[in-house]
Design a protein around this ligand. Structure first.
Ligand code: HEM
Length: 527
């Protein structure tokens, strides 16, 4: 049972996707369990028994700890375990060798992300992140400290500020137009479109364009970035094998080397691509960015390199973040949003009415038109409430001992905030399982903008505090203009069920991000 669960978890961690066969990993795991049994027993005594730690469920096993208690939908398992064994939204599990605090209530989130924000603002060490992110010297996985502070300042001031994001609007609109044309062709033929493919291609191209400028489509580069990003997500998804390996264990080095092979191969592919692109950007013959298009991220980073004391590797690490953090999050939200609209036709109609009230026969809805569309934004927020793309945010990591609700949270504890459970908590939300964008327009939920930034920390799709997502403006800009145009230009139906009002399957598949199990196929019609 425990091994079954461990094997399952390795799969979640994306380790099965490596060139190392899953079977070999399972055998290694068995070996680790055998070799480290004694050590773990000692460690658990040191960690758990005498101190007032947050509550844990019974049934902890050597090495894998509480792993066997988690089902394939980890966000749901944790919500249920917390309801049974947690206290005030605090639950301590041992996942492999790592003590992990799960946070599932607004008050616990407040303690971790606001009151003691500084203590919990770091990231747990990860070998894969070290390799893929040059240190890590990116932003998302960099430990809390001066390097992270400076790099984040650069990002928020020069790359992701509202002004810079706005300056990319022409490129974004061009990408929307390409997608709308493809859908129009399908509507004319009367065929279904693969919305998953179109929307992931769209968000990929929007990010590629911001990062690389006009050269993003050269020789299928956008597709290559999409492929590499996908592998990154699978490698860093869930929990990584290194967490199962007790430090100082005989063979630990050899095992870690084995697991790092895939990360190194992947890093080499990113590195070659970045070298080529940076070389192009430094070349004197590179055309300067046009009047309509802002300088791309590579230009910006190269021009700020000296001022911020960055190396070329630091720049590459930050670029990896842009792809990994920027593409899938917005794509999944758009895809879930469309799926929810198909299952709630009255909301689809209401949204279409808002968007179409801009006037008939517009070529397209532009970003200038969006400011009057409160229901559009509310629909996206409601999608994020029910389907936060990062259900546990990114892992936080405590750098000092800390007391919350009388419990000791020791230094070096990994902290995962269950944003998915917070968004569906019946004590925080009326009709939590209903897709109901109006809740974001109503007074009862308070001021919408304050809520976006987590007024009472029950709505946390972007996190909160020092590590809050710096790409919120970029994400909203990408999603809003696309969703508005999908609503403006087309009516929508489900294949083989046209005219019946049938909905779509909402089954989820858990990883670092929360994806839909099935691809979203829809039939567009020109109204
Ligand atoms: C729907 C869109 C998006 C969602 C829901 C989202 C969500 C998140 C979440 C949950 C975190 C972790 C917060 C934490 O650890 O507490 C995060 C971090 C981050 N996001 Fe986003 N994100 C989105 C779009 C973007 C975009 C478009 C970019 C950049 C182009 C971006 C860049 C980042 C970066 C760099 C971090 C790391 C911040 C740090 O560790 O200091 N995100 N995002």
């Amino acid at each position: 049972m425990a091994l079954e669960a461990a094997n399952h978890y390795l799969q979640l961690a994306g380790v099965h996707g490596t060139s190392t066969p899953a079977v070999l990993l399972t055998v290694l795991l068995l070996l680790i369990i055998r070799l480290a049994w004694v050590r773990t027993a000692t460690a658990s005594t040191r960690f758990g028994k005498q101190q007032q730690l947050p509550p844990s469920p019974p049934g902890k096993l050597p090495i894998i700890g509480h792993l066997h208690l988690l089902g394939s939908q980890t966000h749901i398992s944790i919500r249920d375990l917390d309801a049974k064994h947690g206290r005030n939204g605090l639950l301590l599990l041992r996942i492999g060798a790592v003590p992990t605090l799960f946070v599932s209530s607004p008050s616990a989130a407040e303690a971790v992300l606001r009151t003691h924000d500084q203590i919990f603002a770091s990231r747990p060490p990860s070998m894969a992140a070290n390799i893929i992110r040059y240190g890590p010297t990116d932003i998302a996985f960099a430990p809390y400290g001066e390097y992270w502070r400076q790099a984040r300042k650069l990002l928020t001031t020069h790359m992701l500020s509202a002004k810079v994001v706005h300056s990319f609007r022409h490129g974004r609109q061009e990408e929307v137009r390409l997608i709308i044309n493809k859908i129009r062709a399908a509507a004319t033929r009367g065929t279904a479109v693969d919305m998953s493919e179109l929307l992931s291609g769209y968000t990929n191209d929007v990010v590629c364009r911001a990062v690389l400028g006009e050269s993003h489509r050269k020789e299928g580069r956008n597709r290559l970035f999409s492929e590499l990003t996908e592998i990154n997500v699978s490698l860093l998804g869930g929990f990584s094998l290194e967490n199962y390996i007790p430090p100082n264990m005989v063979m630990a080095d050899a095992l870690l080397r084995l697991v790092s092979v895939k990360a190194q191969r992947l890093n080499k592919r990113w590195d070659d691509l970045f070298n080529e692109i940076i070389e192009e950007h430094l070349h004197p013959s590179k055309p300067s960015s046009g009047e309509q298009q802002a300088a791309d991220f590579i230009d910006l980073l190269l021009s700020l390199k000296e001022e911020y004391g960055l190396t070329t590797d630091n720049i590459k690490a930050i670029l990896v973040d842009m792809f990994e953090a920027g593409i899938e999050t917005s794509y999944l939200t758009l895809e879930y949003g469309m799926a929810e609209l198909m299952n709630n036709r009255h909301i689809l109609t209401k949204l279409q009415e808002e968007v179409r009230s801009q006037g008939k026969k517009l070529d397209m809805i532009t970003e200038e038109d969006l400011s009057s569309m409160a229901y559009l934004r509310a629909t996206i927020k409601e999608t994020l409430r029910m389907h936060p793309p990062a259900p546990f945010l990114l892992p936080h990591f405590s750098t000092a001992d800390c007391k919350i609700d009388g419990y000791l949270i020791p230094a070096n504890t990994r902290v995962l905030v269950n944003a998915w459970a917070l968004g569906r908590d019946p004590s925080s939300w009326e009709r939590p399982e209903d897709f109901w964008p109006e809740r974001f327009l109503q007074d009862q939920d308070g001021d919408v903008d304050t809520q976006m930034r987590g007024k009472d920390l029950r709505f946390l799709p972007f996190g909160f505090g020092r590590r809050i997502c710096p790409g919120m403006n970029f994400g909203f800009a990408t999603m809003e203009v696309m969703l508005a145009n999908l609503m403006y230009h087309f009516d929508w139906d489900v294949p083989n069920m046209v005219g019946t009002g049938a909905g779509v399957d909402m089954a989820e598949s858990f990883g670092l991000t929360l994806r839909r199990k099935e691809k979203l196929q829809l039939v567009p019609q020109i109204p």
